[in-house]
Design a protein around this ligand. Sequence first.
Ligand SMILES: [Zn+2]
Length: 229
Amino acid sequence: MITEERKAQLHKYYQDHKDDILAKQREYNEEHKEQQSLKRHERHLRNRNQDNERQREYYKTYYAKNKEELIKKAVAYHSKHKDKSCAASAKFREINNEAWRQIKQRYNSTHREEARQYSARYWREHPEVVRNWNRMRKARAKGAEGRFTQQEFERKCGVYNGRCVYCGTISELFPDHATPLSRGGRNDINNILPACADCNMEKHNKTYSEYLFRKLVDCGADRVLMESV
Ligand SMILES: [Zn+2]
């Protein structure tokens, strides 16, 4: 048991050498960053439940007290380090998928009007995401396996220099299933080609080679090919 006298001694020592102690601590922390964060994480796991309650209470009061300043700081940080900040949020969402879903759900249920406005604005500003989402839903309804992102599709368009794979025109491109879903094609990027709206519609449920051959026949190129063999 530590005596009052000893406590006072320690306290005085700390006060007298505060800067030194803190500097050493910072240095130590800097050198042992990974161990420290591992330790913190272990401690957090050990005390998860009671910690959570205590911490939540603490943050809640702290946040309520300093709300405006905190928001200002966060906005300033975000606009100064946009890439870093977005990457960190994305990583957080990826690691805490389930927790993130619950946070969103909780927010949406208490901020219905804001949530509605936010999604309306998001959908308006990102029509390509909406289209992709609709395609995924349709593909799932057809029982197709696999999925691809809008970024993957844009990369694929880049590979074809932004041209329709069938007629070569440069126009708005849509994902076309080389082997149609209705004929067992997968809904992943390996089965996706960029096609213009006309070709996409005309191809319908033909495969890539069937449609390409059809196009050759239409322009008489198949005869030229046959004759040259
Ligand atoms: Zn085309």
